[in-house]
Design a protein around this ligand. Structure first.
Ligand code: FAD
Ligand code: NAI
Length: 464
């Protein structure tokens, strides 16, 4: 075979692609990464994880100050104003610091950034902006984009996707969120806190699909208490925009009489679909499955030897840390080693207030596989949560009834996103609920609620 331009070309510089490129370069491979955006970092850094968390953090601080929630702690504000332009500017600054950081890491590790859109011309060559590049291996990490909803056209003005909803120039009077999943509840929270009336229209009979049933029920209760209007079992069948107003037609998901809802902003967040359009996969001998994903084997290799894929474009949860871990492991395989990702232990976090976090099997999934024991502990009985006045939520541990091995942990708590890491480590090491119960946890911490929930699996919590 003729000399190749690179050992590895990665297509896409999101968490899957940029991490794979850096790891491959560290392992001695001559590596390039193609990215068509103006900055590196993919959806996550540019228009996903990072800007959404910046807006969630800032809006939470505003809401705490503005709502008078801090008065009980003796903190009185004479007046609290919202400078949305400044809030957006600080978000943009955080994003550019992080995307710039990836550019620095590419230079440091000698990863070439090929700027432009990549399309396959064969199994080992791609075209970027009219220039051809060859490589021994090619890794597809092109991520995902919002799933469109027929009849509800995104104009990024009145009807927006998550990217538009992260950059609204003013607080909407009435925001209708179509889809009560992770994006809907996170971005709905941002604008609710900043003063919008927020209605969530969800097709299924509960919000947050994929999460534990009890968690979904409790989360909906908490969100309603916060002021969300949540309409489950309802579908949007169309939208008409007239000036600054959208009129949505909705009807019961099971069928029935339709009605209209008016809004000055509509967020379409009904899921995301893999990005493969324009990649000319057929030129490489590749095809997608029925869900538009690229299928891979345990070594992240596709059906075509030498072509690998990771992240949102392959099956599994669409999460940045899952993409990153797959990128690392794929690079290890490509360099001749072995990479490992335990897909059974991938935590998921919804960064609302309180946070919602989960790892492993839900109680429903675990019960389908065999007999389980469940331990639950309310945050109301956790001393730190009581002290901080953030007592909403609970910790639930699902364990195998025979072996006591922990199968899943589900948490609603102010800092559930940080607490879930302990559960993930425990599960990775094959812990039993007893292992967690006998591990000394610092007092007073929210993490003690996990210990108590683990104790509750065998019926012996102390503070309940
Ligand atoms: P991406 O990050 O999508 O990156 C793919 C890159 O490939 C893009 O930059 C794209 O421009 C580029 N590309 C595509 N096709 C081509 C081509 N042909 N040529 C050149 N370049 C190409 N996940 C979490 O874990 N935590 C969160 O808090 C979180 N928050 C989110 C909030 C929002 C609003 C959204 C939308 C998503 C969020 N996610 C979150 C999901 C997370 O962003 C994705 O799971 C993650 O970015 C997937 O990484 P990836 O590398 O597979 O793809
Ligand atoms: P999602 O899959 O989480 O939720 C979509 C929701 O829309 C579902 O509840 C679904 O039932 C509903 N829906 C679908 N069609 C509908 C219709 N016609 N009318 C009403 N409701 C409808 O998808 P979402 O929120 O768009 O997020 C996409 C991905 O991004 C997720 O897979 C998630 O993993 C990732 N993400 C992760 C975050 C995190 O980790 N904190 C934050 C944001 C996104």
């Amino acid at each position: 075979m003729a000399e190749q331009d690179y050992d590895l070309i990665v297509v896409g510089a999101g968490p899957g692609g940029y991490v794979a490129a850096i790891r491959a370069a560290q392992l001695g491979l001559k590596t390039a990464c193609v990215e068509s955006r103006e900055t590196l970092g993919g959806t996550c850094l540019n228009v996903g994880c990072i800007p959404s968390k910046a807006m969630l953090h800032a809006s939470e601080m505003y809401h705490e100050a503005h709502s008078g929630a801090l008065a009980k702690f003796g903190i009185d504000f004479k007046s609290v104003g919202l400078n949305l332009d400044q809030m957006q500017a600080e978000k943009t600054k955080a994003v550019s610091e992080l995307t710039g950081g990836i550019e620095f890491l590419f230079k440091k590790n000698k990863v070439d950034w090929l700027k432009g859109r990549a399309a396959f011309t064969s199994a080992n060559s791609i075209d970027v902006g009219g220039k051809s590049y060859t490589a021994k291996s090619i890794l597809i990490a092109t991520g995902s984009s919002v799933t469109p909803l027929p009849g509800v056209e995104i104009d990024q003005r009145i009807i927006v996707d998550s990217t538009g909803a992260l950059a609204l120039p003013k607080v909407p009077k009435h925001l209708v969120v179509i889809g009560g999943g992770v994006i809907g509840m996170e971005l709905g929270s941002v604008w609710l806190r900043l003063g919008a009336e927020v209605t969530v229209v969800e097709y299924l009979d509960q919000i947050l699909p994929g999460y534990d049933g009890e968690v979904r029920k409790e989360a909906a209760k908490i969100f309603k208490k916060q002021g969300f209007n949540i309409r489950t079992g309802t579908k949007v069948t169309g939208a008409i925009v007239n000036g600054g107003t959208a009129t949505l037609t909705v009807e019961p998901a099971a069928g029935g009489a339709s009605e209209t809802i008016e809004a000055d902003c509509v967020l379409v967040s009904i899921g995301r679909r893999p990005n493969t359009e324009g990649l000319a996969l057929d030129k490489a001998g590749l095809a997608t499955n029925a869900r538009g994903q690229i299928e891979i084997g345990h070594d992240f290799q596709t059906s075509v030897p030498g072509i690998y894929a990771v992240g949102d474009v392959v099956p599994g949860p669409m999460l940045a840390h899952k993409a990153e871990d797959e990128g690392l492991a794929a690079a290890d395989f490509i360099a001749g080693g072995t990479g490992i990702v335990n897909h059974d232990v991938i935590p998921g976090v919804v960064y609302t207030y309180p946070e919602i976090a989960s790892v492993g099997l839900t109680e429903e999934q675990a019960k389908e596989r065999g007999e389980v024991k469940v331990g639950k502990f309310p945050m109301m009985a956790n001393s730190r949560a009581k002290t901080n006045r953030d007592t909403d939520g609970f910790v639930k541990v699902v364990a195998d009834a025979k072996t006591d091995r922990v199968l899943g942990v589900h948490i609603i708590a102010s800092i559930a996103g940080s607490m879930i890491a302990e559960a993930a480590v425990a599960m990775e090491f094959g812990a039993t609920s007893e292992d967690i119960a006998y591990t000394c946890h610092a007092h007073p911490t929210h993490a003690e609620a996990l210990k108590e929930a683990a104790m509750a699996v065998t019926g012996k919590p102390i503070h309940m």
